[in-house]
Design a protein around this ligand. Structure first.
Ligand code: NAD
Length: 459
């Protein structure tokens, strides 16, 4: 299976090769050579580091845990990417996620490159003391390649502000006298983190959905109505009705996106289903999202799994299987759990007319082709879930300057930055016939290619 990112980067370069406005100073042979360089640079990472973290457990045994740091590209700035703690982490996945980070920052004009880290473990199988040690070891083993102007990690699945606080503490101990506040983002506010970072991705995901379906068409109705883009008509019909929403994943991203939808009452969106690693909860009249958030915060992040727990949470819902969320008859499906959730073997069951990618890479290449042909609107990860990296950038600046923003300033700047991306991308989307993912990738690839060319990297 070709990875969706590599496939679309290749498609984008093919499309751009025939565009005379793209690198117009390059002629014939030079142009061909430059494109060969571009394909190899963008489809392979600059560095793949792998280590086995040697950790002494509390029961006296010693384990060696595989871990990765992949640096994909840093032409636009220092490498930037989260660290995932999950049993399914592997090298290929980490490479794919690092390349997505490069494309995401390029799309939103964030001056970072792309990287990703991963540790192959189920964090729930380790004690707090052991997890602390694993975090310290990760920083020790990769200390030569990370740092505020080299590669800045952040949380991802299985890690949170607590792990970033520990890691920054270790970075500071290893590098006395060096700047450290901006060596990690996603830290706690008390420890130099940014207000609003925790909510940034989920808020950005919902804002992107709202902008595509409501705000942009409202202010650009002529452009949308006259567009030949095959998805334009669906967007116009959907914006006129009350939409039902289902959300896969109820962690940092999913729960915040759900709460935004719940609170955005003037749009009349109704969250009828949410799911997590154990269950799907469904209520056709709409779920009590604040009630569920309150319950998960005192239940290790997990949703209620039976009637007793629903009674404790004081929430009315039907309990369904974990995977049921993907095939419900809803208008919009938010994917905010893990990668590869919609695949060849389940894509035909997906009924939603809009998919919003809060997670990275949640739809495989084959499933993406199938859904796009069917007319399903997919709001891609690199457009929708960039709130995290944008506010991480703000956190990095705040750490550098040791001047901190209020929460209102953070959210205003976040929305301003995301809106400036939509204002560039959506007119292109409506002026052409590509799916939104392809439009976004072409924009990122174009941006990266021009800077690579200007810095003399294409030969
Ligand atoms: P998280 O660990 O806080 O939450 C993950 C959620 O998914 C949990 O509710 C968990 O129970 C659920 N889940 C796990 N396995 C599942 C399965 N098989 N089926 C259904 N649900 C399952 O993680 P998060 O920070 O919310 O990240 C979610 C996704 O968003 C990840 O793909 C991550 O890479 C991506 N993302 C996160 C951020 C961020 O700032 N947190 C930024 C960009 C992208």
């Amino acid at each position: 299976m070709e990875n969706i990112t590599a496939k679309i980067v290749r498609k984008s370069l093919n499309a751009l090769a025939n565009d005379e406005t793209f690198l117009p100073t390059l002629q014939e042979q030079d142009r061909e050579k430059a494109f060969t360089s571009l394909v190899s640079i963008l489809s392979t990472p600059n560095h793949v580091y792998k280590s086995y973290l040697r950790v002494a457990l509390e029961n006296g045994s010693v384990v060696r845990i595989p871990s990765f740091r992949v640096q994909h590209n840093n032409i636009l700035g220092p490498y930037k990417g989260g660290i995932r703690f999950h049993e399914s982490v592997d090298e290929d996945e980490t490479v794919a996620l690092a390349s997505l980070m490069t494309l995401k920052s390029a799309l939103h004009g964030v001056p970072f490159g792309g990287s990703k880290g991963g540790v192959v473990l189920d964090p729930r199988s380790y004690s707090v003391k052991e997890r602390h040690l694993i975090c310290k070891k990760y920083v020790q083993y990769f200390s030569q390649v990370i740092g505020p102007s080299k590669d800045i990690p952040a949380p991802d699945v299985g890690t949170s502000e607590r792990e970033m606080d520990w890691m920054m503490g270790e970075f500071k101990s290893i590098n006395p006298g060096r700047e450290y506040l901006n060596s990690f983002t996603g830290k706690s506010v008390e420890n130099g983190g940014s207000l609003g970072r925790r909510e940034a991705t989920g808020k950005g995901v919902y804002y992107t959905f709202r902008n595509l379906l409501f705000d942009f068409p409202e202010t650009n109705i002529d452009l949308v109505q006259k567009s030949d883009n095959p998805f334009a008509e669906s967007i116009l019909t959907l914006r006129d009705k009350t939409l039902t929403l289902a959300i896969q994943g109820f962690g940092n991203v999913g729960s915040v996106a759900a709460l935004e939808a719940y609170q955005c009452s003037h749009l009349n969106n109704k969250v009828v289903a949410v799911s997590d690693r154990n269950v799907t909860l469904y209520n056709a009249d709409g779920l009590d999202i604040p009630g569920l958030i309150k319950f998960t915060s005192s239940n290790h992040g997990d949703l209620p799994v039976d009637k007793d727990q629903l009674t404790t949470a004081n929430v009315r819902a039907d309990i369904m299987e974990r995977e049921a969320v993907l095939s419900l008859d809803v208008d919009v499906l938010f994917l905010a759990a893990l990668g590869n959730q919609v695949r060849q073997d389940n894509v035909e069951d997906v009924q939603a007319r809009v998919i919003v990618e809060g997670a990275n890479d949640p739809v495989t290449g084959e499933a993406d082709d199938y859904l796009s042909e069917k007319g399903t609107i997919i709001i891609p990860d690199i457009l929708a879930n960039a709130g995290g990296v944008i506010v991480s950038y703000f956190e990095w600046i705040q750490g550098k300057e040791t001047q901190f923003y209020t929460e209102d300033v953070v959210f205003d700047r976040l929305y301003e930055k995301m809106k400036s991306t939509y204002d560039k991308i959506l007119p292109k989307f409506y002026a052409d016939t590509y799916a939104l993912r392809q439009t976004c990738y072409m924009h990122s690839v174009m941006k990266l290619s021009i800077v690579l060319y200007r810095q003399g990297k294409l030969y």
